[in-house]
Each structure stands twice: as C-alpha cells, then as structure tokens.
Design a protein around this ligand. Structure first.
Ligand code: HEC
Ligand code: HEC
Length: 368
C-alpha cells in the first residue's frame, strides 16, 4: 500500500463548493425574501454540475465516468456488506458512483424546474414570459420542483450516511481524501494533462465568476424581474389619491370583481368608516378596479386569492384563508410594533406594494 493521489484539485474544489452551495440552496428555499439568492445559487450549482459532466469524459483517473462502477451486483454486494467486511475501492465505490450520477441529474432537473417556477409564479428570470401563458399551472410546477429537490436531498443524505458509515465502521479515509486528495492503495496516482488543468481552471473559475456576476447584476436575464412597477397616480389619479388617504393603496389585483363591486357600492359603511364619494367618482374608480381585478391578473397573489375566495362573500384580503396562512408564522407582536401598527399597513413589510409589486424578494419585516 502506498499513498495515492486520487482526487485532483478541481475535483476537490468542486466538491467543497457543491457542499457549501447545496447547503445554501436548501436554507434559502425556506425564506421567501431570499428567493433571488436561491435562484442564483441554483444557477451556480447547475454550472458546476455541467462542467462535472464534461470532466467525467476527460479521462481523469478515478473521476472519469468510465471508472465509475455501475455494476448492480457490485452495488448489491457493497450495500449488503456495509457493516461487514466489504471490498475497498480506490476510486468511487458502486454506491457513490450511483449517488453521484443521481445527484448530478436530480440537481440539474431541480434547477430546470426551478426556472419554470420562477418564471410562471414570480414572472422572473429567462422564463418570465411563462407567467402570462402558464400561471394557472404554477402550483403544479412548484410541486414538481419540490419533488425533484426532495429526491436530490434524499440522495445527498444517503451519500453522507454511506460516507460516515465507511468512516466509522471501516476506518475509511474517504472524507479526508476529498480534502487532501490522497488515499492509500496499490494502484496508480493520478496526473493531470495541461488540457485537463485548463479545463479545471475554467470549471471553477467560470462558476465562481457566474456567482459574482449574478450577485452584482440583479437585472441580468437569468434572474431579472419582469414585473414592472405601476404608477397608480398616472394610471388613475382619483383611485390613487382617494384610496391611499386612509391606508396602504391596495393593488386592484388583490381582490376579485365581485368584492370590488360590493365594497365600492357601500363606501358609506367602509369597515366602520365613511369613505363615500360622489357617484361619478365612485363609478370611475369601480370601473378601474374591475378592469384590473384578480381575474385579469397573472400574479401569484391574485391567482391564489381568487382560489381562496372562490364564491365566498369576502371583501378584505386579510379575511382570506390564503392571507391568513401566509402571515400565520409572523409573530403577532410585529404587527403591533410602531413601524407596522396594524395588519392593514401592508407597506410596512411589502415595500413596493403601492407600485403593484408583491414578489417574495420584496418582503422585509421591520423589527421593533
Ligand atoms: C376614510 C378612510 C378610508 C378611505 C378613504 C378608504 N378606506 Fe379602505 N379601509 C379603511 C379602514 C378603516 C379599513 C379597515 C382596515 C384598517 O383598519 O386599516 C379599510 C379597509 C379596506 C380594505 C380591506 C383591507 C383588508 O383588511 O384586507 C380594502 C380592500 C379597502 N379598504 C379598499 C379601499 C379602497 C379601494 C378605497 C378607495 C376607494 C378605500 N379603501 C378608501 C378606511 C378607508
Ligand atoms: C408584518 C409584516 C407584514 C405585513 C404588515 C403584511 N405582510 Fe404580507 N407577507 C409578509 C411575509 C413575511 C410574507 C411571506 C410569508 C410566507 O410566504 O411565508 C407575506 C406574504 C404575503 C403575500 C404572499 C406573497 C407571495 O408571493 O407569496 C401576500 C399576497 C401578502 N403578503 C399580502 C399582504 C397584504 C395585502 C397586506 C396588508 C393587508 C400584508 N401582506 C401585510 C409580511 C407582511
């Protein structure tokens, strides 16, 4: 047995970056206002995986796909002997060979399906045009994305569990080898050709450059927000001036036609206030609200409020189940602190709701 060099620098850098980025992508998925970062990290993971596929065809010893062991008999033997006396592999063992393939495929499919969700649901990114044509399927795409992402996570945990078992039951040096590059064995060490080294530099260099570029240019095509702010003052001055005087200017797409009609026809008794207008003004605002109501919008919130209200007699979005569910996790004290005051002060957290923007990335909760 000698000390063998089995994992080249690009392979190890790739592995370290993937560990960090996959951690970040799963954490950021839990926070709506981190959606843009979630997407950015997803793209960088895709870039690293695509290069990894190229790397697998470059004849790099032990990282070469040709050297992976996809033999099902070997896999079975490997798994059944996981606590016993199993065969040691210098490169990837059968379980990690399958796991790596699964992670690359599931990772890439997760990113692709994520792009579809980002486009249909948020109107953002290269596929933002899908928001207009396919917004009705946004929930389906989200489910598909989550399914792939969860499968990806399951394989990752299986891979980590396998490596840890190996570490503690067989005293394997797999973990250390991914850091130092060295393993004990009686095969040959690896050596990179100039071309392989250049590819490695490109691989890691371009992926890190992509990360920096995406972070620094929020308007780039991969993540750009296609939702344009609306200047309600220009669109309908009366609606703007009248309806902003007591509370947040609620964008018309947050309620269906029926609710707007009912509310506008009863302004004398508007949630305990008298907000009455003369008939001409009232009809003008009502027509504008109907024209831009939830039924005529492709926004995620419009679509979901509509689904939540169905034919219930509701004229306040805060009374919808959808709104309640979305704000359930927020500490009640936050709604009472002096920066918010009351739940209807939407703009305290949704900075540009009065410009008709309600995307996840624009949510910021003010702390007491
Ligand atoms: C005289 C003050 C006043 C004016 C003017 C006014 N509102 Fe209101 N509105 C209220 C009050 C008070 C509430 C109850 C919620 C709150 O306490 O802020 C309310 C609530 C609402 C809600 C329900 C919000 C929720 O809880 O989901 C909507 C929608 C709404 N107003 C729309 C409008 C529109 C559209 C106009 C313009 C035609 C308008 N309001 C003008 C006082 C006013
Ligand atoms: C105290 C802060 C706060 C206030 C006030 C607030 N929201 Fe929110 N809102 C949030 C947070 C945080 C989320 C994200 C919750 C989640 O999805 O887990 C959210 C989510 C939403 C969503 C779903 C957005 C999406 O794309 O997923 C809508 C729609 C929404 N809020 C509308 C409103 C309206 C309308 C008001 C005022 C009547 C309001 N909110 C008041 C914090 C607030």
């Amino acid at each position: 047995m000698t000390r063998l060099y089995v994992w080249s620098l690009p392979t190890r850098l790739f592995h370290t970056l993937i560990v960090i980025l996959v951690g970040l992508v799963f954490i950021s998925a839990e926070f709506d206002n981190l959606l843009e970062y979630h997407a950015i990290v997803g793209f960088v993971i895709a870039s690293l995986f695509i290069f990894r596929i190229g790397w697998g065809f470059l004849d790099v010893k032990y990282s070469n796909f040709k050297d992976f062991n996809f033999n099902l008999k070997d896999l079975q033997e490997y798994i059944f002997n996981i606590f016993g006396n199993k065969k040691q592999y210098t490169g990837h063992n059968p379980a990690s060979s399958w796991a790596i393939m699964a992670m690359i495929i599931l990772g890439l499919v997760s990113v692709l399906s994520g792009m579809v969700v980002y486009g249909t649901q948020e109107g953002m990114g290269v596929l933002s045009f899908l928001n207009i044509s396919m917004f009705k399927d946004m929930d389906l795409f989200e489910d598909i994305h989550e399914l792939f992402a969860n499968a990806f996570m399951v394989v990752i945990f299986a891979h980590i569990a396998g490596v840890l078992l190996d570490r503690f039951f067989h005293n394997s040096k797999a973990v250390e080898s991914m850091i130092t590059g060295y393993k004990d064995g009686n095969k040959e060490s690896l050596e990179l050709t100039i071309f392989q080294k250049l590819f490695g530099i490109l691989w890691i260099g371009l992926s890190i450059s992509l990360l920096v570029y995406l972070l620094m240019t929020p308007s780039n095509v991969l993540i750009a927000d296609a939702n344009k702010p609306v200047d309600y003052k220009v669109e309908h001055k009366l609606f703007h001036d009248e309806c902003i005087s007591c509370h947040t200017l609620y964008p018309p797409f947050l309620l269906p036609k029926k609710s707007w009609v009912k509310m506008m026809d009863n302004l004398e008794n508007h949630f305990g206030d008298d907000a009455s207008l003369d008939v001409e003004d009232k009809e003008s605002i009502k027509a504008y609200l109907i024209l831009h109501s939830a039924e005529n919008s492709t926004k995620e919130s419009a679509y979901k409020i509509l689904k939540s209200i169905k034919d219930k007699d509701i004229i306040a979005m805060t009374k919808t189940l959808y709104w309640k569910r979305k704000h359930d996790d927020i500490d009640k004290k936050i709604f009472e602190n002096k920066k918010v005051g009351k739940i209807s002060n939407c703009k305290a957290c949704h900075n540009n709701i009065e410009q008709g923007l309600l995307n996840d990335k624009d949510i910021k909760i003010p702390r007491g």
